[in-house]
Design a protein. Structure first.
Length: 281
């Protein structure tokens, strides 16, 4: 157990694409125009497999804009890696789902309101709620595990209990509620989205009364729970409240070396990892 905790992360978040087909004002993703070669992507995946990291999250930007996304998902499966695709869902269709059904562990979709109107206020996309609900119906029909992620902000705070009612019907594997984080693009829209002190704790107390599998991530949680991120250029970084910390490059150092640097920066304690291990995939 100790060597597992010390030597590698439980999860690697790979922002495989720096491009996105939405322009969400609250987003703190890294948007990079450059794209590494396919063989470099395979190198990254082989490193993840070699060091037996059990879970991979493919995200972005929008991971569906990566030309090799299907190959990457299949290759991860061949290495026995549980892979979760974090997508906005706009480019996911039934044909794509059929192609990756055998290989994907889970698909994570955003839902930031209980109506098309509220999701438009958050993401600027028409009929977004309707599109995501239709996509979830396909996933349920194909028996593909899915999760839902909601960004809690000043705009949708009073709507999140209504989302909870919808979650009771949708029954996702897990519903993740994260507090708006004023980082990168989100920093410019801080006044529009940032919650008042204490608002997120009040929200947690309300949502906990629902019989749902819910995970909450406040900004304070994120600053103390280290994440291993690889961006679209292969650079490795970890999270902070107001800034990220660049660690190095996956092409220059091994995952255990990079992870040891992340652990040192975050000053994490063993209790976090022991509790994280008990969380279901």
């Amino acid at each position: 157990m100790d060597s597992f905790i010390r030597n590698k992360p439980l999860v690697i978040n790979w922002m495989i694409s720096g491009k996105c087909n939405l322009h969400c004002e609250f987003c703190y993703g890294q948007f990079l125009s450059s794209q590494i070669k396919k063989e470099d992507k395979f190198y990254i995946l082989n490193q993840i497999a070699e060091h037996k990291v059990p879970k991979l999250i493919l995200t972005g930007g929008e991971p569906m804009l990566d030309n090799d996304i299907i190959e990457i998902i299949k290759m991860a499966y061949s290495h026995g890696i549980f892979t979760s695709l974090h997508t906005n869902g706009l480019l996911v269709n039934e044909l794509f789902i059929q192609k990756i059904k055998k290989y994907i562990g889970r698909i994570s979709l955003p839902l930031d309101g209980s109506s098309d109107y509220m999701n438009f206020l958050m993401r600027g996309e028409d009929k977004y709620f309707t599109k995501i609900i239709k996509l979830i119906e396909i996933l349920k029909e194909k028996q593909i595990s899915f999760s839902i992620k909601t960004v809690a902000s000043k705009i949708n705070l009073n709507d999140i209990e209504k989302i909870a009612e919808i979650m009771l019907f949708l029954n996702p594997h897990i519903w993740l509620i994260t507090e708006f984080k004023p980082l990168r693009r989100g920093k410019s829209y801080q006044d529009k989205f940032q919650l008042n002190p204490g608002d997120f704790d009040i929200l947690k107390s309300k949502i906990k009364s629902y019989p749902l599998n819910v995970g909450f991530f406040s900004n304070d949680n994120l600053s103390h729970h280290p994440h291993f991120f690889i961006n679209a250029n292969g650079e490795v970084f970890t999270n902070g409240i107001e800034t990220d910390f660049k660690i190095g490059s996956i092409f220059k150092e091994s995952i255990p070396v990079l992870w040891s640097k992340i652990m040192e920066i975050n000053k994490v304690n063993k209790l976090y990892f022991e509790s994280a291990i008990t969380i279901k995939k």
